[in-house]
Design a binder for this molecule. Structure first.
Ligand SMILES: NC(=O)c1ccc[n+]([C@@H]2O[C@H](COP(=O)([O-])OP(=O)(O)OC[C@H]3O[C@@H](n4cnc5c(N)ncnc54)[C@H](OP(=O)(O)O)[C@@H]3O)[C@@H](O)[C@H]2O)c1
Length: 274
């Protein structure tokens, strides 16, 4: 896909790999919509984009730990843009950001499930009419090889909590949503894929976990950009990639019943079922 002139919305693009792909896409002539919580970090990215010759992106500030903020974010993007060619759901918190204790979102949901999964679920659903009207278009869910099956009796992990389980559950949820949504979108011209970009890139979430990075944002960024603009993935949907290659996710991802339960729960938690 020639990215020049395409509108690409990337959550969590004020830091890490999101920030890297935002700069790369802007340099390639895309109309990039960036998102994060921090105006100062957004300004630094503006400067970087200016340096590489890209046009000034639109910045949307929203805290994805609040579903009201997520709705406001979708509303703002849709009010400003009649076209949306690519939505990259990238924002996330790692297993250890802000400490090892269980935390909840502003809506009372387990925080990693809320920020890493539920926010992207709601955004994708709210942006879908515009993505469909802009077809062929793409959704890219930035997930991980770190995956833990969902215990549907305790999705909010009130028992046996650990940051890594919470992170891994949220990442498998993104992959299950990807497969579910791809089924729904068959024939619409909108594709949706998920990926593990790279292992332990040198980013804030990895450093917050006390982990020594073993790969770069350039490596993970290349894998995300492949799904954003690669010609070889045009028309492919519902797939999970490890870097550049298609791979299998945790077995729960291929359990249609589990995906149906996750969809029903997500619609209920985001207020979309009513
Ligand atoms: N790093 C890795 O090795 C690795 C491996 C596999 C998968 N991934 C996935 O790659 C994606 C990007 O990770 P990264 O390593 O680049 O992380 P990062 O450097 O920590 O950046 C995370 C981004 O998400 C945003 N974010 C976090 N919490 C938010 C909230 N409550 N509301 C709104 N925005 C929020 C941050 O915004 P602020 O600037 O406002 O904090 C930032 O822009 C994540 O989905 C992660 O799970 C990363």
């Amino acid at each position: 896909m020639d990215i020049k002139g395409k509108t690409v919305f990337i959550t969590g693009s004020t830091d890490g790999v999101g920030r890297y792909i935002a700069a790369r896409l802007a340099a390639g002539g895309a109309n990039v919509l960036i998102h994060g919580r921090d105006v100062g970090r957004a300004k630094t990215l503006f400067d970087e984009i200016k340096r590489v010759g890209g046009s000034e992106p639109d910045f949307y500030q929203a805290d994805l730990s609040s579903l009201a903020d997520v709705r406001g974010l979708a509303g703002a993007v849709l009010a400003d843009h009649k076209r949306l060619d690519v939505f990259v759901s990238n924002a996330g918190i790692g297993s250890q950001n802000e400490g090892p204790a269980r935390q909840v979102s502003q809506d009372g949901h387990e925080l990693r499930f809320a920020v890493n999964y539920l926010a992207g679920f709601l955004l994708a659903r709210l942006l879908l009419p515009t993505l469909k009207a802009s077809a062929p278009s793409r959704i890219v869910n930035v997930a991980s090889l770190g995956q833990h099956p969902i215990d549907f009796d305790d999705v909010m992990i009130t028992k046996g909590y650990s940051g890594s389980r919470a992170y891994a559950q949220s990442k498998l949820s993104q992959i299950m949503f990807t497969i579910d949504l791809a089924d729904e979108l068959k024939g619409s011209g909108v594709t949706v894929n998920s990926l593990h970009p790279a292992t332990y890139m040198n980013t804030t979430m990895v450093r917050a976990g006390g982990i020594t990075p073993i790969s770069t944002v350039e490596q993970g960024g290349a894998a995300i950009l492949h799904l954003v603009e690669g010609d070889d993935v045009a028309g492919k949907s519902g797939m999970f990639f490890n870097g550049m290659n298609e791979t299998r996710a945790n077995p729960q991802a291929y359990d249609a019943g589990a995906r149906r339960r996750l969809r029903a729960l997500s619609l209920e938690l985001t207020g979309l079922s009513s």
